[in-house]
Design a protein around this ligand. Structure first.
Ligand code: ZN
Length: 180
């Protein structure tokens, strides 16, 4: 008998891309995206203003969030100055929704929950996108969303100085680094 080949375990994806129907209000799918890695697509018509999916994940305090955000690829969604959800643990699939500067989804934080709402009518087959609103003072991430009004970076532009206050994004998600 030939010797058995050395055992080489197949690389296990850290997180299998799929939508958890318990948190989704519409038929959605996860497929490769032209924007970045995976994307989430509408499989049916979604009317403007409707809740599409909840962003779920493990609740992490500020210290744990900072530790996990240092990973090359992370899905931390900041919900307050202290708490964030890690979509890579118990994520609904909403964590695969890509950034666009002209998004069709917006995030709504309500009692510690992150709800993704349709900002306009979404047709079957359209990729769902949301504006990540990265802070201007975190590492700059180039944007390849392809929107006509693309600002060039996922980070929002710093406000003109004068107010003396830092621009505060309504929501923040640390950059998943474009290294894949
Ligand atoms: Zn863009």
């Amino acid at each position: 008998m030939p010797p058995a080949p050395p055992h080489t375990p197949a690389p296990v994806p850290a997180h299998t891309p799929r939508i958890d129907p318990r948190h989704s209000c519409f038929q959605l799918s996860v497929r490769p995206s032209a924007i970045h890695r995976w994307g989430v697509y509408a499989e049916q018509f979604i009317p403007r203003g409707r809740k599409v999916i909840e962003y779920t994940g493990e609740r992490c305090n500020r210290r744990e969030t900072a530790r996990r955000a240092a990973r090359a690829l992370n899905y931390m969604f900041t919900i307050s100055s202290y708490w964030a959800l890690d979509g890579s643990v118990g994520g609904s699939g909403a964590e695969f929704i890509n950034h666009s500067c002209d998004p069709n989804i917006r995030g709504w934080i309500c009692k510690g929950h992150i709800l993704y709402m349709a900002q306009r009518d979404i047709q079957p087959g359209e990729e769902l996108t949301i504006d990540y609103h990265f802070d201007p003072d975190v590492e700059e991430v180039n944007c390849t969303c392809g929107a006509a009004n693309c600002r060039g970076t996922i980070n929002v532009k710093p406000r003109p100085s004068g107010s003396g206050r830092r621009a505060k994004a309504s929501k923040r998600k640390k950059p998943p680094l474009r290294n894949a």
